[in-house]
Ligand binder design. Structure first.
Ligand code: ADP
Ligand code: MG
Length: 701
């Protein structure tokens, strides 16, 4: 595409930029080229197409524009509250203009009797209209093309604004760029798509997104650009999936052997749920297909993903391969290790644990055992990927994850191996469908949508801090019935001093309230050494302690079926998915379980909504939807770092329908032309290549 040459010009060469501003545009806006600027979309527009008169004003008006003179400066008040007030008159009446900042400069630079165009938010008090910090322009210098229309507003940091890059400056740059005769904005969607979805051309959309004629065409421009973005996002992901299928042969794991059968007959302590059986069948079909498996298992907390993981590993081992399971935390890795070892009792399978706290000396035999094939299953944390861990014949890698790896990061995992192992990703909590499509769009999905039989739904109650005595009474009662209790404190940043103080004070008051020898209390937090944590954890697992006071280190995956009460302190500090994860630590046995959310009275509206959602539903899918709405995709745990959701204009919350349509279209194109070689698809291929070059997606296909 030839148009890209001009758009690839470095931003310093645009009129009005220069070296210093370019530097700032790099740092603060990530704008390096003309093209980056083109894609720096405004966050909203204000309508400046009309010039009002003071006589027309009424108190329903918001942002308006007037033309007149400014006189009679007065300073009112003193100190921090001092403000400069002036009279604005346009011949039909007058309003007040008010400045809190830059008063001296305003007073000196505004000329009496001169005409100004003012723009700002109108406020009315006691029938007097006023405008605070209006934007001022000299009408003689106003470029009508720019100012008398819909005006774009661009985000700019305080730092950038101080150094001259504000919304107006950006608007000028975009105007310069968009009116340059050398600018070519080529179409990147085939004709048939443009017709089918009735979208604007790319060029028209780009012009209108920055400088629209009216709100109607603005929304057309948005629709077109959102579609384009999501369509290419899905085309890329789906093509990646397709290429992987055609380019890589998978390890063939087809035999169901003695280990799997022996485990099923003698070791499995319960009947599998229908959902677990179905998912195992899907996994078996994948691994036996001769293609590499890349599958996501979505299942709510407590739906029994671990045993599905284990049985998948057994399939691999029965066929002469090794297996590995990666967990997000050491505690969880430890626990998987303990659980899996006990589930495998008496079976001739060697399981090892590798985490950051395993010493060098103890690592060597593990490394050797993996290389010579003696070790069948390796369980661990991130350490097992980053280390130079080599297997004799790795057949399957399972990620029990909370980190939300994107497409690229996952690719790294298996590219280390010559022949890629089968990959199974298990989510810690369900994730909304749209997030799954963008984040895990390249994976096949299995759902464990059924909890083991006999589980009683957890009762969730929101309590204010002053009910604490009653809560203690409740705890005592449950312990007397033989149950165990978790009390979780927020310690989001393990270094936060105040949180830590709350935790230790909480622990002390719990110890006072539940004294030895009748009661025993454990404590686990992130500042403890792994061995200490493990020791305390084990005491609780074995039932030697009744209460576990902990931070979120126990959030994911910890499994103590006898624990029936989860108390979450300062619950308003936790996000929804975290609360749901924490709650999922109870309700794992046959007894009625409870989750108590403790907050004080000062709780934000959003906080209240989170508590309400938790009290109302146990359904992880519903909770994840609310979570996504409340926090936005960027803040959903782990997605930020993964950088997969760097969508510039589309939103996976508000543009669900466009996303669905885009995915469907991308899929149907690939279904009948998987190489994108047909003439009408050439444009897609070209744009994908261009995208790859400029956005460094090279690693993925
Ligand atoms: P998660 O999906 O949250 O990882 P786990 O795998 O930790 O859930 O399982 C939760 C609990 O349910 C464990 O105690 C496990 O032994 C038990 N469990 C799993 N599957 C079944 C089943 N089919 N019937 C009864 N209990 C089960
Ligand atoms: Mg789990």
């Amino acid at each position: 595409m030839q148009g890209s040459t001009f758009l690839n010009t470095k931003i310093e060469f645009l009129k009005g930029v220069g070296i210093a501003k370019a530097e700032l545009l790099h740092q603060e806006f990530n704008i390096y080229t003309f093209n980056d600027l083109l894609y720096y979309f405004p966050y909203r527009h204000i309508d400046r197409s009309k010039m009002y008169q003071v006589s027309q004003l009424d108190d329903t008006m918001q942002f308006i524009q007037l033309k007149g003179t400014i006189n009679n400066f007065k300073t009112i008040g003193q100190g921090a509250g001092a403000r400069l007030v002036a009279n604005f008159n346009d011949g039909t009446g007058s309003i007040e203009l008010i400045w809190f900042q830059g008063q001296k400069w305003i007073k000196e630079s505004i000329l009496a009797g001169k005409q100004y165009v003012i723009f700002g938010k109108l406020t009315e008090f006691n029938r007097i209209f006023s405008m605070v910090h209006p934007s001022l322009e000299d009408p003689l210098q106003v470029d009508e093309k720019l100012y008398m229309k819909m005006m774009p507003l661009y985000n700019a940091s305080e730092k950038a604004k101080k150094r001259g890059i504000d919304t107006k400056y950006l608007m000028k740059l975009l105007n310069t760029l968009l009116t340059d005769s050398r600018l070519i904005i080529e179409e990147n969607l085939p004709d048939f798509i443009i017709k089918k979805y009735k979208v604007l051309s790319r060029k028209e959309a780009m012009l209108q997104i920055h400088f629209p004629q009216n709100f109607q065409i603005l929304s057309e421009a948005e629709k077109r650009l959102k579609f384009e973005e999501l369509f290419y996002n899905q085309l890329r992901i789906l093509r990646y999936k397709l290429k992987r299928h055609t380019n890589y042969n998978g390890i063939k794991i087809s035999k169901i052997g003695d280990l799997f059968n022996g485990f099923y007959k003698n070791n499995l302590p319960f009947e599998l749920t229908g959902a677990q059986k179905r998912v195992l069948k899907e996994i078996r079909a994948d691994m036996g297909s001769g293609k590499q498996m890349n599958r996501l298992i979505q299942g709510d907390v407590g739906s029994g993903k671990t045993v599905v993981a284990l049985m998948s590993m057994l399939m691999a081992i029965d066929n002469g391969f090794q297996a590995t399971l990666m967990a997000p935390t050491e505690i969880l890795a430890n626990q998987h290790y303990v659980t899996i070892k006990s589930l495998l009792a008496n079976l001739p399978i060697k399981v090892e644990l590798l985490t950051g706290s395993i010493t060098k000396k103890n690592r060597r035999p593990i490394h050797e055992g993996l290389l010579n094939g003696e070790i069948h299953i390796l369980i661990g944390t991130h350490a097992l990927i980053e280390d130079a861990v080599e297997f004799k014949q790795l057949g399957i890698a399972i990620i029990d994850e909370q980190h939300r790896f994107g497409v690229e990061q996952r690719a790294k995992l298996w590219k280390k191996n010559e022949q890629p192992p089968h990959i199974l990703v298990m989510t810690a909590t369900p994730i909304p469908r749209t997030l799954a499509m963008t984040l895990y769009g390249d994976l096949d999905t299995s759902m464990i949508d059924e909890l083991p039989a006999g589980r009683k739904p957890i009762k969730t109650i929101h309590k204010y801090d002053n009910n604490r005595l009653a809560v203690y009474g409740f705890i005592r009662n449950e312990i007397n019935k033989g149950r165990q209790v978790y009390i979780v404190y927020p310690l989001i940043e393990e270094s936060e001093k105040l949180d830590f103080k709350n935790l230790t004070e909480g622990y002390e008051s719990i110890c006072r309230e539940f004294p030895l020898p009748q009661f025993a209390v454990s404590m686990v937090h992130g500042r403890m050494k792994a061995a200490e944590k493990d020791f305390e954890m084990q005491r609780f697992v074995k039932g030697e302690t009744n209460i576990m006071v902990a931070t979120t280190v126990i959030e994911v995956g910890v499994n103590v079926p006898n624990a029936s009460v989860m108390i979450i302190e300062s619950a308003q500090k936790f996000g929804l998915s975290q609360l749901h994860q924490l709650r999922g630590r109870v309700g794992r046995g046959a007894d009625q379980s409870y989750c108590l959310l403790m907050t004080d009275y000062k709780i934000s509206a959003e906080g209240k909504l989170r508590m309400k959602t938790m009290v109302e539903t146990n359904d992880g899918f519903k909770i994840s939807e609310v979570d996504l709405q409340l926090r936005g995709p960027g803040d959903m745990e782990g997605t930020m770092q993964s950088g997969v959701l760097d969508l510039r204009i589309a939103s996976i919350i508000f543009d669900k329908e466009i996303l669905e349509a885009a995915r469907k279209e991308a899929q149907s194109i690939l279904n009948n032309d998987n190489d994108l070689k047909k003439p009408e698809h050439l444009i897609l291929n070209q744009y994908l290549m261009l995208y790859r070059k400029t956005n460094k997606w090279g690693a993925i296909s």
